[in-house]
Write a protein that binds this ligand. Structure first.
Ligand code: SIN
Length: 192
């Protein structure tokens, strides 16, 4: 089964009739905004949690040796902090290509720090996508992330840059910070 979700996203046409839409980024979209946007604001989504459970065949790994990247998993009561970008549908083609390894455009409610909320767009890799890797202990995820690499660079850079970006947003994320801690501990073992 193909992992490429570009055509599905294009056919769904979600938000394409809107002149502008808020895009919620929770992974690399927080720290790597390589697309045009009109404004960006810290935001959160409720009922979803960030997990390194998605395989990356195209950015931080290869089809033979996938890396591990973030997706959102439904969890009642959870809050996920990220970055929201006000964009126009002109950038959907770029985003669909960038997020093509299993991510689908979804509708979600974003809440801003001032309490305002709006319907927005988010790319989520569901558990039934072909590149999904699923849960693993954070220590095992750290070992995996330590060795994987792909066309966008080492998997560890994705994790470390995300952890740094979350700290800058004053976002607590025990899952990401536990993987970061285990990854840095592995470095210390490798070069004492
Ligand atoms: C996102 O950042 O919102 C999606 C996952 C990724 O591109 O890392």
């Amino acid at each position: 089964m193909s992992t490429d979700t570009t055509a599905i996203n294009r056919e769904m046409r979600l938000f394409e009739r809107d002149a502008q839409v808020w895009l919620f980024g929770y992974g690399s979209l927080i720290y790597k905004a390589d697309f045009a946007y009109l404004e960006r604001r810290r935001a959160q989504v409720e009922g979803w949690t960030r997990r390194f459970w998605q395989g990356s065949h195209d950015h931080r790994g290869t089809p033979e040796a996938p890396g591990r990247v973030a997706t959102l998993i439904e969890l009642p009561g959870a809050v996920c902090v990220g970055m929201a970008y006000r964009i126009t549908p002109a950038v959907f083609a770029h985003l669909d290509h960038r997020e093509k390894n299993g991510y689908l455009r979804r509708r979600v409610t974003l809440r801003f720090d001032d309490g305002d909320s709006t319907e927005g767009l988010v790319y989520i890799a569901d558990p039934d996508n072909a590149a999904y890797l699923g849960p693993a202990p954070e220590s095992a995820i750290a070992r995996h992330v330590a060795t994987a690499a792909g066309p966008s660079g080492p998997n560890r850079d994705y994790l470390l840059r995300l952890a740094e970006a979350l700290r800058a947003l004053e976002a607590d994320d025990p899952h990401v910070f536990a993987i970061e801690r285990d990854l840095l501990a592995l470095d210390a073992i490798a070069s004492p």
